[in-house]
Design a protein around this ligand. Structure first.
Ligand SMILES: Cc1cc2nc3c(=O)[nH]c(=O)nc-3n(C[C@H](O)[C@H](O)[C@H](O)COP(=O)(O)OP(=O)(O)OC[C@H]3O[C@@H](n4cnc5c(N)ncnc54)[C@H](O)[C@@H]3O)c2cc1C
Length: 306
């Protein structure tokens, strides 16, 4: 790797540059070692230029949104972590036809804001994402959702920044969404999305949102840092139910704990490290496999070496 790449990059692109930045400050888990560089682009063009620079120089890059679905290793990440949450923002109505509204939404926009925007205008389709933290880009990358729907239901096309900063727009037919997966090529950074909603239904939205609000209040441990559900639900079952049946609720390792309230959440009770979280993940996996013959798959993304 080039020695003074950070200095060189600073000359070419604008944005915020944080060297040796502790990633625990940028994840909802409050866990994660330092990034060699955390870069927050100032504009879309800066993001493109940055990716071109990093790829040309063979510097490893990662992209994160708001860091609400990731576990970063304690040793941190070599290379450049590009953070988009709250940097590349914007929601624009691009066209209205019949009962449909097409929006262009930038990847760094908070998902919460997209939902608020839609409800305020009386557009239907985003209610399912009420209470899901994070950015629109992160939500699309993980096809985030609830029992009321998922991102795949509202995305019409994506604009991606590919290797060497090439821009590519892909239509819905070529985006292979599945449960908590988006299926875009590995090197892609989602820049923006065209989202299609239905016009005219403020009351419908508010009713669905209220239902989700009550469900979340009862079932999810909001008081402690976490990354949401650790495992994907296996077909026709729930990972939380299986982990609870395995008697693992409340299991604690250092400051990491399988939540007493929802067994598919691991919470950080203070100074939890990634190593302890991984150990709890391994225990839950092997107990559930042993008792029920079901292999739990991770929903959270691991970044770094484990
Ligand atoms: C309390 C709590 C409750 C949650 N509830 C839910 C829920 O109900 N349903 C649900 O699905 N999730 C839930 N989550 C998980 C999480 O909020 C969502 O997955 C969210 O959409 C992640 O967005 P993010 O911006 O934080 O992504 P990050 O965590 O920053 O990134 C997640 C993944 O997406 C990739 N990524 C991020 N941005 C981009 C981009 N622009 N282009 C390409 N790849 C990108 C990252 O590389 C990483 O692999 C919850 C999390 C918490 C903490």
């Amino acid at each position: 790797m080039k020695k003074d790449w950070i200095k060189e990059m600073r000359i070419l692109v604008e944005g915020s540059f944080l060297a040796d930045e502790p990633l625990r400050k940028h994840t909802s888990f409050r866990i994660g070692g330092p990034a060699e560089l955390l870069y927050i682009p100032k504009s879309q063009d800066d993001l493109i230029r940055a990716i071109h620079f990093l790829d040309k120089n063979g510097i490893k890059r990662y992209v994160i949104g708001a860091g609400t679905n990731i576990l970063v290793s304690d040793s941190g990440l070599k290379g450049c972590v590009i953070k988009l949450a709250n940097s590349l923002r914007g929601i624009k109505v691009i066209k209205k036809e019949k009962q449909k509204v097409h929006l262009n939404v930038m990847a760094g926009e908070p998902l919460r804001r997209l939902n608020e925007f839609a409800v305020k205008k009386g557009y239907i389709g985003t209610e399912f994402c009420f209470g899901i933290p994070g950015s629109v880009g992160g939500a699309i990358a993980g096809n985030a959702g609830t029992r009321l729907g998922e991102m795949a239901d509202i995305v019409k096309s994506l604009t991606l920044v590919r290797e060497m900063g090439e821009i590519e727009t892909i239509e819905r037919e070529r985006i292979f969404f599945s449960y908590r997966e988006c299926g875009i090529p590995e090197d892609s950074v989602i820049l923006s999305a065209e989202v299609v909603l239905r016009d005219g239904g403020r009351d419908v939205s508010i009713k669905s949102i209220e239902e989700l609000r009550q469900y979340r209040k009862k079932s999810q441990p909001y008081g402690y840092p976490s990354a949401g559900s650790v495992f994907k639900n296996p077909k026709e079952d729930s990972a939380g139910r299986l982990i609870e049946l395995a008697g693992l609720k409340g299991l604690r390792l250092n400051d990491a704990e399988i939540s007493q309230m929802h067994a598919n959440f691991i919470i950080n009770r203070g100074k939890a490290d990634a190593k302890s979280v991984i150990k709890l993940i391994d225990i839950a996996r092997s107990e559930v496999q042993k008792l029920f013959g079901i292999r739990l798959e991770l929903e959270i993304r691991l970044l770094g070496e484990f």
